[in-house]
Design a binder for this molecule. Structure first.
Ligand code: IVH
Length: 668
């Protein structure tokens, strides 16, 4: 290894780091783009000539230099999550009930009610009143830096001098186009939302400025000083700082109040200047929002109440059977293309075998199809007047398209057979399930391979390029570049995204395996328990899985499913191969919290706090929850009327017992 070369390389990397900071953080580059590119090229050339040169800050590694994208990436300080949906009054009562359960008290709730604008969300970071980053939502964790494009929108202030404006704040809102303005440009775009999204991703901000984009602000990501008591106060403040906010924002008490408002608003939705697809309800009190926190996908303190869907009638041309990742057979109606509320629909789900029977849906029938927002369109009912005389009942196939016999599982809880027919989970043995498993493997919340979409997976599957997830890492790019629609550039972009997806966290890896009943929440729980890939793999050994039964959140269903997964030799092989190829990082979320490495168990009723909130407090502080008294337990926390047996066994094996007040003190 040549010392001078190494020094020269390091010097160049340091220089690049410095200029990145000037460019991205201070928005004031010190060198020209040309000089900057030259520096990058020199580093890349040095790496090519001397394979031992490596740095995490190399332009080949750091985000923003991906050849497939025009924009630099930006990791959101606070994730940009989505909202769960409510469609009726019952959903809203359930939403509120969950809040009361979580808080363990029935508080008076006020809601900040805001129209759900159908646009593209964007995040704006201001430091000392100056807009320094404008970022797209991306996958919620990482977005693209589109500052210059966002700056072309007149509603977005570049500088704010108001003395109340926080020193460090990220403001979020929706970029959209007014319906009238869309009329002038509709020849080039499918709908206003597409137009907004397309214009934000223009390479040249001048192109963006040609589209009449608007921005309405509605929330914050982080804020250096938070003096707002309510979301509605924050909205008022946004306005005083110079942001555009919706003129329809309201504060409403009680679910009944929300339902009334929704009914009235739905009537006037089409008179609004912009498209909206529902209303957003947010718990108004920000302190309560903090307590409620988030699930992995959405806040517990907010919900989107959708407007009723659009309908249309069309004819069923055929019924396809699709097989999902867990083996469920879903019938899908192929219908004559029909426009439903601005979107062309040619597929509509029929849900399952029982639904077809119940609604007596037949090929050739004219059916009513419903489409609500981004949910998959579904068949509501048959127009029997239009039924043809000779039409025959649809016989649901008893075999999976892969050839295996299908089953209907018996549900012990409901004591009924499932409505869903499935190909018993034979993993990669069923080729229909196998493709779906690979699609799941590459998906955003899993390994997240940018540039390898579901369609490409299907194509590579048909061409037999991939049969198992590990095959993705041994693709023949020469062959790919000669495929129709591909070239050497796109093949090398794909190679780049695949290579850069190799580093993955343990929870994402567990989730990516697509084990039935192991979604992201459970994957996290298992990662928290196993900590390393090695321990996770050890679960495959007989009896080890049963250890999981002590963890809160994991039940018999999950254990059975994991057992089944590890009994399958192909699955073991896939995990083995992937663990060789991927760099799977140990579990390390919140490693440094106050309750680091400490495990807790509760018994008895807690005062003023629900079990769920207590659990999430422990997890936020890096502790973990177990559900049985063993030597591994550090603290047994007792509330009112604790189970005597648990307290006794804790005393016996020397587990420390804490009263609720003592536990609260631990947490400060
Ligand atoms: S609040 C964590 N408020 O809806 C909650 N979102 O499904 C953050 N949206 O990605 C969002 N109007 O693009 C919020 N008044 C509003 C909104 C709104 C539209 C969009 C936004 C978000 C999506 C969530």
């Amino acid at each position: 290894m040549n010392k001078n070369i190494k020094q020269d390389y390091q010097k160049k990397i340091d220089e690049l780091k410095k200029h990145n900071k000037f460019y991205y953080e201070n928005s004031s580059p010190e060198i020209s783009d040309k000089e900057y590119d030259k520096l990058k090229r020199q580093i890349l050339n040095l790496e090519k000539e001397h394979a031992y040169l490596k740095s995490n800050f190399s332009p080949s590694k750091i985000v923003g230099f991906k050849p497939s994208k025009n924009f630099a990436k930006y990791k959101h300080k606070e994730k940009m999550l989505s909202l769960s949906n409510a469609f009726d009054e019952e959903d809203l009562f359930n939403f509120e009930k969950k809040i009361f359960n979580f808080l363990n008290e029935k508080v008076d709730l006020n809601y900040s009610v805001e129209p759900k604008i159908d646009g593209i969300s964007a995040s704006l970071t201001y430091k000392n009143g100056v807009l320094i980053y404008g970022v797209s939502r991306g996958d919620g964790t990482e977005g693209e830096i589109i500052t210059e494009n966002l700056k072309t929108i007149k509603d977005i202030p570049h500088k704010i001098t108001n003395i109340n404006f926080p020193k460090d704040i990220e403001i979020r809102g929706e970029v959209y186009i007014n319906k009238d303005d869309f009329q002038k440009i509709k020849a080039s775009f499918a709908n206003p939302r597409n137009a907004a999204s397309g214009s934000l991703r223009q390479k040249n901000p001048k192109e963006t400025s040609k589209i009449p984009l608007k921005f309405i602000a509605y929330t914050f990501g982080f804020m250096s000083e938070n003096k707002f008591k309510n979301q509605s106060d924050f909205l008022k403040e946004l306005k005083s700082w110079g942001f555009l906010t919706s003129e329809y924002n309201e504060v409403i008490k009680s679910v009944n109040g929300l339902v009334n408002f929704h009914q009235q608003f739905e009537k006037k939705r089409f008179d609004l200047k912009y498209d909206i697809d529902g209303l957003v309800y947010k718990v108004n009190n920000i302190q309560l929002q903090r307590r409620l926190g988030f699930t992995s996908n959405s806040p517990r303190w907010a919900i989107a109440h959708k407007f009723s869907a659009d309908h249309a009638y069309s004819e069923i041309l055929n019924i396809d059977i699709q097989v999902g990742r867990t083996g469920a057979l879903t019938p899908v109606a192929k219908v004559k293309s029909v426009n439903i509320g601005g979107v062309v629909v040619s597929n509509a789900t029929l849900h399952n075998e029982d639904e077809i029977l119940r609604k007596d849906i037949r090929i050739g029938d004219t059916v009513k199809i419903e489409r609500a927002g981004d949910v998959i369109p579904h068949v509501l009912e048959v127009d029997l007047k239009k039924r043809r005389k000779k039409s025959k009942k649809f016989i649901f196939p008893k075999k999976c398209p892969c050839g295996f016999d299908t089953i209907k599982e018996f549900n012990k809880l409901t004591k009924k057979y499932d409505a869903v027919r499935r190909c018993p989970d034979r993993g990669f043995d069923c080729e229909k399930i196998a493709v779906e498993k690979i699609k799941h493997f590459i998906s955003k919340d899993a390994i997240n391979i940018d540039g390898l979409g579901k369609k490409v997976v299907e194509k590579f599957w048909d061409l037999q390029f991939i049969k198992f997830p590990q095959d993705i890492y041994h693709l023949n790019y020469q062959k790919i570049s000669s495929l129709d629609g591909w070239g050497s550039q796109s093949a090398s972009n794909l190679k780049y995204s695949i290579e850069s997806s190799k580093e993955v966290t343990l929870e994402k890896f567990i989730f990516s395996l697509g084990i039935r009943h192991i979604g992201m929440e459970n994957a996290k729980i298992i990662a928290d328990f196993t900590k390393t890939m090695k321990n996770f793999f050890n679960l495959a050994k007989k009896n080890n899985i049963n250890e999981l039964i002590n963890i809160d959140g994991i039940g018999e269903t999950q254990i059975k499913s994991l057992e089944k997964f590890f009994q399958n030799k192909i699955n073991i092989k896939v995990v083995e191969k992937l663990s060789e190829i991927l760099k799977i990082k140990d579990w390390e979320i919140n490693k440094e919290g106050k309750l680091k490495n400490k495990s807790f168990m509760f018994t008895g009723k807690l005062q003023n706090i629900s079990r769920a909130e207590a659990k999430s407090l422990i997890e936020e502080n890096s502790g973990s929850i177990v559900s049985s008294v063993t030597k591994k337990l550090d603290y047994l926390v007792i509330g009112e009327k604790p189970t005597a047996k648990k307290v006794e066994s804790a005393k016996k094996i020397g587990v420390k017992i804490l009263k609720q007040q003592e536990w609260s003190k631990l947490l400060d």
